[in-house]
Design a protein around this ligand. Structure first.
Ligand code: GTR
Length: 320
């Protein structure tokens, strides 16, 4: 689906070819950019702390849980919020969107819930602090593991949210959507590529190391992202700064690696730092890997944000 008319300049830009996608492609992304998300992390306890009826429209419901996840070197505790649409119950569970959030469990809009999905979310920094030298360690300190960046840690957290979804009455973990914006859109993409339980991956405004092509010039590049956010990736990723053409992969291959599961990419016209043209070209280049309606895209007017309309377009795609 290409839902908006595209700016004319985009239509003549180059589309890279899509190499054959083997099982080793995801390994290559792990080795080069994100680091390998380790196996493990077991949900051992889920305690309901509060339940508020009617906080949104009608009889929508909001559940707050404390989840305990046992990791090899200790426990991680998460304070999750589950937004249930009206009518969701143990007898009538609804599909779920799992999404990390920036602002301590912000609310999805009433229209999002009306679309019939539950939304399960947690503050992303409860999983891993977004800091090159954090005051308190995150989940990466709870694994005796080699190298994985914060984006991979957040992707790990998205998979744990899906584990949690399976223990909440009213939520059906089958057919789950993973969704994220910006740095959390990078994490959603990496989670979708690694965890086959996600039926639909939605990456919004994810830019460099998200949906946009490294080899399309414009916006943030490897030098900028690894200088400002060295903790997001494996340390050796910075050796590609200024040398994008030597990377063994590009982001259309990551999108394509998710097929035949489905992917939705969203851009904003004035989000130059995320390079919306590079995001669009990655979608076009990845398309041969997908069946009809396997990959969707929209670009809307405006700047870098995850708006209600972005949610609604993505959920509309997911329902097809
Ligand atoms: C920017 C960063 C982007 C994007 C964004 C965000 O500063 O350069 O890669 O992730 O932050 O997360 O809002």
């Amino acid at each position: 689906m290409m839902s908006s008319p595209l700016p004319e300049a985009w239509q003549c830009a180059g589309v890279p070819s899509l190499p054959a996608i083997g099982p080793d492609v995801v390994d290559e992304f792990a080795r080069t950019i994100y680091g390998r998300t380790p196996e493990g992390g077991q949900l051992t306890d889920l305690v309901l702390r509060s339940r508020d009826n009617g906080v949104l429209s009608g009889a929508a419901d909001r559940l707050r849980h404390r989840a305990v996840i046992a990791c090899p070197l200790g426990n991680l505790e998460l304070d999750t919020v589950t937004h249930l649409p009206a009518g969701a119950s143990a007898e009538h569970p609804v599909p779920v969107v799992v999404a990390l959030n920036f602002k301590s469990n912000e609310e999805p809009s009433a229209k999002v819930l009306k679309a019939g999905y539950a939304v399960l979310t947690v503050d992303y920094q409860q999983i891993e602090p977004d800091d090159p030298a954090p005051a308190a360690p995150g989940v990466r300190a709870l694994f005796p593991t080699e190298s994985w960046g914060a984006v991979a840690a957040w992707a790990w957290g998205l998979s744990r949210l899906l584990d949690i979804a399976g223990s909440i009455d009213g939520v059906d973990p089958e057919g789950a959507i993973v969704l994220g914006h910006s740095r959390l859109g990078k994490a959603a993409l990496w989670a979708g590529a690694q965890d086959e339980r996600f039926a639909v991956t939605v990456t919004n405004g994810s830019g460099c190391c998200g949906a946009s092509l490294f080899r399309h010039p414009g916006g943030e590049d490897i030098a900028a992202i690894t200088t400002k956010f060295p903790h997001w990736f494996v340390p050796s990723f910075s050796t590609y700064a200024g040398n994008e053409s030597s990377l063994p992969v590009d982001q259309h291959q990551l999108l394509a690696s998710i097929a035949p599961r489905r992917v939705y990419v969203a851009s904003a016209e004035d989000d130059a730092w995320a390079d919306p043209v590079g995001e669009y070209l990655a979608v076009v280049a990845a398309r041969p890997a997908f069946g009809p309606n396997g990959i969707g895209y929209h670009v809307r007017p405006g700047t870098h944000d995850l708006l209600e309309e972005d949610w609604l377009h993505a959920l509309d795609f997911a329902k097809r």
